[in-house]
Design a protein around this ligand. Structure first.
Ligand code: IMP
Length: 422
């Protein structure tokens, strides 16, 4: 029986998973999403075209793969239809390649409104969500009030829907939040008809059957470990399990079926939304990272906060996820930097630690940095590890030494070709 390999972001999302999944998918017959929803925006670039995937697995571009939207995902029918029809228009036929778990939860129009209402109610302590209704949908799932994809096949669907909607309206009323859901609701019901045309299945059976048949499966994570609802910088997190264990619960595969765990990180750090970010740079260097790295959100267009690589956080993510191979992205963004810094510990109110803290409320964190000389050349010209300048190899090898995990893939540009596999 084959195992499921998992690819995960190890930081606050936006590490470049879309590109790497696209590079890895030729080795797999099945690609599955296991958590998150349209808060994700996996950007892929090839043949001069740029695509952003939100809910659909990145295997869709390769043809001949089984793509699964697993039970751990939350699906917005309106955004799904938008995404799927755009892909169909560019020649990617989804109907035969995509199946969706009946146990995935539906994002209702009122979930989106609730997301906005909760954020407004939080005032200055808002999370800075993507506004896609993610938190309220997972809240309903856990509180056993959710509406599942499989429910749209029920003759009682209208009743199920209205029960949920009325509950939401009561909450919105109690928050004193003004809204108009009529137009969104019309679009939502139209989009449900489109969703019904897909293969809606018990995907845990499908995936385990494919594994038994010897098919290779790649589980594709969204967001990143530091946004995980348990292990991230709570409460400034998303509402799903973005860690490796999330692939088990989000697809219905047992822990002993997990094989390789690919951990993907940027050579520096970024974050969108609120919450702690110890190595954040508020100076010209931070602005340079943003400008050269095009660090603007794929879903919301927001400016990403930028800072140096944080090894305290990276080691924490590697531990929680059981990462077996590292993948480093966007090293080329720092091509022209004279000096590059990496945080190796935190100084918290005079006490030094290399553990990711429970909370940073009321604590001043000063990262303890190790400095590296910049490589000052264009990494995009390199095609083999041996082509890289010594200064860059020192940076990579320091990360390997600190984390104890090999850096197997290094990406030096957006294109498929700009990927060095060791
Ligand atoms: P939510 O997932 O929309 O509820 O947002 C919660 C937090 O996670 C916010 O800080 C978002 O900016 C962040 N977030 C959610 N999805 C992504 C993503 O795909 N990349 C980066 N940050 C994300």
């Amino acid at each position: 029986m084959k195992k499921v390999d998992v690819i995960l972001g190890l930081q606050w999302g936006d590490e470049g998973k879309g590109k790497v999944v696209d590079v890895l998918t030729p080795n797999y017959q099945v690609v599955a999403r296991f958590q998150g929803g349209p808060n994700a925006g996996h950007t892929l670039e090839f043949n001069g075209e740029k695509y952003v995937l939100r809910s659909i697995p990145s295997g869709i571009f390769q043809g001949g793969k089984v793509n699964v939207i697993g039970n751990g995902v939350v699906l917005d029918p309106i955004l799904f239809r938008e995404e799927a029809t755009a892909l169909a228009a560019s020649g990617h036929d989804l109907s035969k390649q995509l199946c969706i778990s009946k146990k995935a939860h539906l994002i209702l129009p009122t979930h989106r409104i609730l997301d906005a209402a909760y954020e407004a109610a939080k005032g200055s302590s808002k999370i800075g969500t993507t506004g896609k209704g993610i938190g309220p949908t997972y809240t309903d799932k856990i509180s056993r009030n959710g509406v599942r994809v499989g429910d749209i096949l029920s003759p009682d669907f209208q009743t199920i829907y209205l029960r949920a909607k009325h509950r939401h309206e009561n909450i919105l009323h109690s928050l004193g939040y003004d809204y108009d859901v009529a137009e969104l609701e019309t679009q939502w019901f139209e989009a449900l008809d489109y969703l019904r045309s897909f293969r809606l299945i018990d995907s845990e059976y499908e995936i385990n059957r494919l594994l038994l048949e010897g098919k290779s499966v790649l589980a594709e994570g969204a967001q990143g470990t530091l946004l995980d609802v348990d292990f991230g910088s709570y409460p400034f997190v998303t509402s799903s399990s973005t860690v490796c264990a999330g692939a088990c619960t989000g697809l219905g595969v047992a822990p002993n079926r997990i094989g390789e765990v690919f951990g993907i990180f940027k050579a520096y750090c970024t974050r969108v939304g609120s919450g702690p970010f110890p190595t954040e740079l508020f100076d010209e260097t931070g602005a340079e990272l943003r400008r050269i790295g095009h660090e603007f959100g794929a879903v919301t267009g927001r400016e990403r906060r930028c800072g140096w690589l944080d090894l305290v956080a990276l080691k924490y993510a590697i531990m929680v996820d059981g990462v077996t191979q590292l993948i480093m992205m966007k090293s080329d963004v720092m091509n022209d930097f004279d000096t590059i810094k990496v945080a190796v510990a935190y100084d918290m109110n005079g006490r030094q630690t290399d553990e990711f803290p429970y909370s940073v409320d009321g604590v001043e964190i000063n990262p303890v940095y190790r400095e590296f000389q910049g490589w000052k050349c264009d990494l995009r010209d390199c095609r083999r590890y041996e082509d890289f300048p010594e200064a860059f190899r020192r940076y990579v090898e320091f990360i390997e030494q600190e984390t104890g995990v090999p850096v197997k893939i290094i990406s030096v540009g957006p294109d498929r070709e700009e990927t060095i596999v060791r």
